[in-house]
Design a protein around this ligand. Structure first.
Ligand code: SF4
Length: 118
C-alpha cells in the first residue's frame, strides 16, 4: 500500500501561496523519502480536480494514505467528498494540512508533521 502527497496551490495565483516555492516543498518531501509519490495540482476543487482525485483513488487503488497540503483540512473534506464517494475511496485515508501563507520551510515542516502524526 502506498502513501501519496498532493500539493494544491489555488491555480498558483493566490497570494496565500506566494511566500513558498511549491516545487521546492515537493522536492524536500521527496528527498525525505517519506511518501511514495507526490503531485502538484493547480486546483483540486475545480471540476477537473474532481476527475483527477476520483481517477487517482478509484476503488482505493493501492493508496493507503493520501495527504493533501493546500487549504484548511475542513475545506478539503467538503470539497473532495463527492470525488471520493464517486471513486468509493475511504475518506478516512485522506489527511489534510493547511499550508497557506507559509514559507517553503514552514510548509515542509507542516507536511512532515502531518505525515509523522498520521
Ligand atoms: S482545494 Fe483548496 S488549495 Fe486547492 S484550489 Fe481549492 S481552495 Fe485552493
Amino acid at each position: 500500500m502506498k502513501k501519496g502527497l498532493l500539493l494544491c496551490v489555488c491555480q498558483g495565483t493566490c497570494p496565500s501561496f506566494q511566500k513558498m516555492n511549491i516545487f521546492e516543498v515537493g522536492n524536500a518531501i521527496r528527498r525525505e523519502g517519506i511518501v511514495d509519490f507526490i503531485a502538484i495540482h493547480p486546483q483540486l476543487c475545480a471540476d477537473d480536480g474532481d476527475v483527477f482525485l476520483s481517477t487517482l483513488t478509484q476503488n482505493n487503488r493501492e493508496i493507503d494514505k493520501l495527504y493533501v497540503a493546500g487549504c484548511a483540512p475542513i475545506m478539503q473534506q467538503k470539497m473532495f467528498r463527492d470525488a471520493f464517494e464517486r471513486a468509493k475511496f475511504d475518506k478516512t485515508k485522506h489527511f489534510g494540512v493547511d499550508i497557506r501563507n507559509m514559507s517553503t520551510e514552514e510548509a515542509v515542516n507542516a507536511i512532515k508533521k502531518l505525515i509523522e502524526e498520521n
